[in-house]
Design a binder for this molecule. Structure first.
Ligand code: AMP
Length: 281
C-alpha cells in the first residue's frame, strides 16, 4: 500500500493512474482506530473500483468537545497493518497543517439537517464533517465514496453536500457491522473500561425494545419514557432516542410506514459518547 501525507503527490499519483487504465476510484474516509466496520467499507470499495483509497484523519473541526478530540483513539501502526491485510491500495494520512492551511476555515450550513439529532448535541459537527469531506473529494476526486449506516445522519448530510455542490461522486451507505452481542463497532469502544463494555449494550437493546413497541403501534412518547427508565436502570445517560423518516430525518411520533422509518439513539456510557440506529424493517 502506498502512503501519502501531502496533497500534490497523491494528486499526481492519481492523475498518472487515471491516464493508465484506472477507471474507478473508491474513497473510504475514516478517523482511524480501524475495526471491522471500516474494513467492510474497504471491502465494498474493492469490489466496485479499480483502486481503493482510505484516509485516516482525525478532523478537529468536527469535534465540538476538546477532550473528545484529545482522547480520540489513535492506532496508526495497527491501521496500516489492517489496511494492508484488507488489500487497500492507497492510504492518505494528512496532518492538520496540510488539511487546514487557511486561518479561518469556512463553515457550511445544511439548513436544518445539521441542527437536529446529533447536530443538536454537537453544534458545528456537521459543518466540520462537510468541510473535510469536501476537501477529500477535491483532493481524491473519487468515483464512489463509502460511508457507514452507523453514522446515518452523516450519510444524509453528505448526500445533501454532494447534491447541492454537485460533486461528481456516487455515495454508498454500508450496513452497520456489530459485535456478536449487537454493540455497533466503533473506534470509541476502545475507550470503554470492561465494566462499561456491558453497559454499552443498553443502546442496542433499547433500539430493539423500541422497535418492537413501535411495530405494535405504541407511540414514541411512551417508548421514550420506557427508554429513559431502561437507561436509568442500567446507569447509562440517554441523550436522545428518536423515530424519524429515513429520507429527511424529520421526527415522528409513530410509525407511518416501517420501511420509511429509522430509530436513532445516543448516550454516554461513563465518559464515552456512543450512537447507534436501526431501520424498522
Ligand atoms: P469514523 O472513523 O468513525 O469516522 O468512521 C469512518 C467511516 O466508517 C464512517 O463512514 C462510519 O460511518 C463508518 N463506520 C464506523 N463504524 C462502523 C460500523 N460499525 N459499521 C459500518 N461502518 C462503520
Amino acid at each position: 500500500m502506498e502512503i501519502f501525507k501531502e496533497v500534490e503527490p497523491i494528486r499526481a499519483f492519481l492523475d498518472f493512474k487515471r491516464r493508465n487504465s484506472v477507471n474507478s476510484i473508491g474513497l473510504v474516509p475514516t478517523m482511524g482506530a480501524l475495526h471491522k466496520g471500516h474494513l467492510e467499507l474497504i471491502k465494498s470499495s474493492k469490489k466496485e473500483n479499480d483502486l481503493t483509497i482510505a484516509t485516516v484523519y482525525v478532523n478537529p473541526t468536527q469535534f465540538n468537545n476538546p477532550s473528545d478530540l484529545a482522547k480520540y483513539p489513535r492506532t496508526f501502526e495497527q491501521d496500516v497493518a489492517l489496511l494492508n491485510q484488507a488489500g487497500c491500495d492507497i492510504l492518505f494520512f494528512p496532518s492538520n497543517e496540510v488539511m487546514y492551511s487557511a486561518a479561518n476555515p469556512i463553515k457550511i450550513d445544511f439548513g436544518g439537517l445539521d441542527k437536529i439529532l446529533e447536530g443538536k448535541f454537537r453544534p458545528g459537527h456537521f459543518s466540520g464533517v462537510g468541510l473535510v469531506v469536501s476537501k477529500l473529494f477535491n483532493i481524491i476526486q473519487p468515483t464512489k465514496a463509502y460511508f457507514g449506516q452507523k453514522d446515518y445522519q452523516q450519510f444524509q448530510v453528505i448526500s445533501s453536500l454532494v447534491e447541492q455542490l454537485m460533486f461528481p461522486v456516487k455515495l454508498e451507505c454500508v450496513p452497520t457491522v456489530r459485535e456478536e452481542d449487537g454493540l455497533a463497532m466503533s473506534s470509541r469502544n476502545l475507550r470503554l473500561a470492561p465494566e462499561m463494555r456491558l453497559k454499552a449494550l443498553t443502546l442496542y437493546n433499547s433500539l430493539q425494545l423500541a422497535k418492537n413497541l413501535l411495530l405494535d403501534g405504541i407511540e414514541m412518547t411512551i417508548v421514550r419514557e420506557k427508554t429513559i427508565n431502561f437507561f436509568e436502570e442500567n446507569q447509562v445517560k440517554l441523550e436522545y432516542i428518536e423515530l424519524a423518516d429515513r429520507k429527511n430525518l424529520i421526527s415522528l411520533n409513530f410509525v407511518l410506514d416501517p420501511k420509511d422509518s429509522i430509530l436513532l439513539i445516543s448516550g454516554y456510557v461513563g465518559e464515552v459518547r456512543l450512537i447507534d440506529n436501526i431501520f424498522l424493517v
